[in-house]
Design a protein around this ligand. Structure first.
Ligand code: DP6
Length: 324
């Protein structure tokens, strides 16, 4: 192939039931299944151009060259695509996010979902959504969920073939809003990939993993019935369980800042007062406040008044990744 170019767009996602720990790190076969909401309004746009005149793969993120490790990770993903297509051509990859980096939004999910779609289209491969989800998973676990829109479940599976995501409900099923309270823009010391390798050092991880089918069932049912109080309680419990594993790993992973805890307390107080809102926190200090559309403006207003909140992003249920 001389040249093949394609562009794709994908949104990040917020896990309602979290992926933490792998049974196979190389294949990113997760220790437990997970459920997420694709975050519309936030997106990564990526263009892949295979070009025989290039000496090696090139990458820019938001117009700048990335770290070496990011280029290696992208090159490894391009190798997977080249292997499927039977080509050896280097590629130029340009990726842009419409949301700031390091705000507690998993940009690796949208990045690898968009790269998977753009890369396979540029290589003239035709994969179905399940195959795209599996391939995206090899680049970043949570990316397998960003292939789909709306409410999504990642079935952990036992082999590469059966570990992929599937849609649970379309975006229009339930108008939940994710208000992301940014309290720090500093890059985390230990990223998710390294964090997953520490999960099994915590005594609590096996209890968390064994209990996951129960949490998945409760979350799935609450989503399907648009039952906010049940969803709120299981989403907060699941986030707290993951952070309990993080706290008790060796070395301990403590992602929370003092403001993180203040926000968790504020959100639970507001819910007791009647606002439909709950919190969930990924591998960073920033707090995702999930709320019903009806209460989103009130929650946004209250978050805006809290000292320590330096930025607020608003996302709604988004669509699937697509070639553009
Ligand atoms: C806490 O998908 O970022 O956000 O597979 O190494 O890229 P890699 O990890 P990643 O892990 C996400 C962890 C989480 C929870 C979740 O999104 O389920």
């Amino acid at each position: 192939m001389a040249k093949g170019t394609a562009s794709a767009v994908a949104s990040p996602n917020i896990a309602l039931i979290k992926y933490w720990g792998n049974r196979d790190h190389e294949l990113r076969l997760p220790s437990n299944g997970s459920i997420s909401l694709t975050l519309g309004g936030l997106e990564t746009r990526t263009t892949v151009s295979f070009d025989e005149t290039l000496p090696s793969d090139r990458l820019t993120v938001d117009g700048s060259p990335p770290t070496n490790s990011a280029l290696v990770r992208v090159s490894e993903h391009l190798d997977r695509i080249r292997h499927l297509a039977g080509i050896h051509t280097p590629a130029q990859v340009e990726s842009r996010n419409n949301f700031p980096a390091g705000v507690g939004v998993a940009s690796s999910a949208s990045a690898f979902a968009a790269l998977t779609l753009a890369g396979t289209a540029a290589a003239d491969l035709s994969l179905n959504p399940k195959e795209l989800s599996r391939l995206a998973r090899l680049g970043s676990g949570s990316a397998c969920r960003s292939i789909f829109g709306g409410y999504v479940e990642w079935y952990a599976g036992e082999t590469h073939a059966d570990s992929h995501a599937e849609p649970l409900a379309p975006p229009e099923h339930w108008d939940l809003i994710d208000l992301i309270a940014v309290i720090s823009r500093e890059h985390k010391g230990i990223g998710s990939t390294q964090g997953h390798t520490l999960a099994d050092t915590s005594l609590l991880q096996s209890a968390r993993v064994t209990d996951t089918p129960r949490r998945l069932n409760i979350c799935r049912e609450a989503l399907l019935h648009c039952d906010f109080p049940t969803l709120a309680s299981i989403v907060e419990q699941d986030s707290n369980l993951m952070h309990a594993v993080m706290f008790t790993s060796t070395p301990a992973l403590i992602y929370w800042a003092p403001t993180t805890i203040e926000l968790m307390q504020a959100v639970t107080t507001w819910r007791a007062e009647g606002l439909e809102v709950c919190y969930t926190i990924d591998a960073g200090p920033n707090v995702h406040c999930l709320c019903t559309k009806q209460h989103a403006d009130q929650v946004e207003e209250r978050l805006g008044h809290l000292p320590g909140v330096i930025d607020l992003l608003r996302a709604h249920p988004g669509g699937p990744a697509s070639v553009i």
